[in-house]
Design a protein around this ligand. Structure first.
Ligand code: SF4
Length: 219
């Protein structure tokens, strides 16, 4: 088994030319605006990247500040973000988040994990990504289902939930890579180490990966 540092460097080289992730794109397009990164991350849950990016772009064309967002109705937000998954629930969370930011945080997205977790619909994945992308934190690892799955397949961790994985990864990944783990493993998970039928034959990690739990491979 290879070390996380070696694996992450290999992925960084191999992912050149692959599409940027939707929330990364929104972050770049908005100059790391914490509000837009927060909302785009909420929309991205269980939704394909092109759908997330298009829905975020439509929504931000109408409202790109907490003040403007809380002035919209939930029904309007739902219509703008359709067809992201759970669009009605997400619309409720988006509006409630905007309102809480205005009323309790003076219109600014909080910059601590503790405060971010008080926002409706925000869990550790979203909070970590906002801290990394918009508050330039190097002290967080953002773990979603891709990071959770691939970390287990590689044998870095043996965990049952993304939250367990996050805490385990702080112990096995060198600190200088923490902020990069999400971008690299999510890109890898979307393109190569897919949930079902991972493309091990086309994977630059095939010689070092124990492929734990992999039962079938795709092309
Ligand atoms: S070798 Fe297979 S299981 Fe391992 S990282 Fe690559 S695609 Fe995933």
């Amino acid at each position: 088994m290879s070390t996380p540092a070696v694996v992450l460097r290999r992925i960084a080289r191999a992912m050149r030319g692959m599409n940027d992730l939707a929330v990364e794109k929104i972050s770049q397009e908005s100059r790391q605006d914490p509000f837009r990164v927060l909302i785009a991350t909420l929309l991205s849950a269980q939704t394909r990247d092109p759908v997330t990016h298009a829905a975020s772009t439509r929504l931000f064309a109408v409202a790109d500040t907490p003040q403007a967002m809380m002035a919209l109705s939930e029904a309007r937000i739902a219509k703008l973000i359709y067809p992201v998954s759970f669009y009605r629930t997400k619309a409720v969370h988006v509006r409630a988040c905007a309102r809480k930011i205005v009323e309790e945080y003076d219109g600014r997205v909080p910059a601590t994990m503790e405060q971010l977790l008080t926002l409706p619909g925000v869990g550790r994945k979203t909070a970590n990504l906002v801290l990394i992308l918009s508050h330039a934190s190097r002290d967080n690892i953002c773990v979603d289902t891709h990071v959770h799955r691939i970390s287990n397949r590689l044998g870095w961790v043996r965990t049952k939930t993304p939250e367990e994985t996050e805490h385990a990864l702080y112990r096995v990944v060198p600190r200088r890579y923490w902020a990069e783990v999400n971008l690299r493993l999510v890109t890898w998970g979307q393109n190569v180490c897919r949930p079902v039928y991972p493309r091990c034959g086309a994977c630059v990690l095939a010689d070092v990966c124990p492929k734990i739990g992999v039962t079938g491979q795709g092309r």
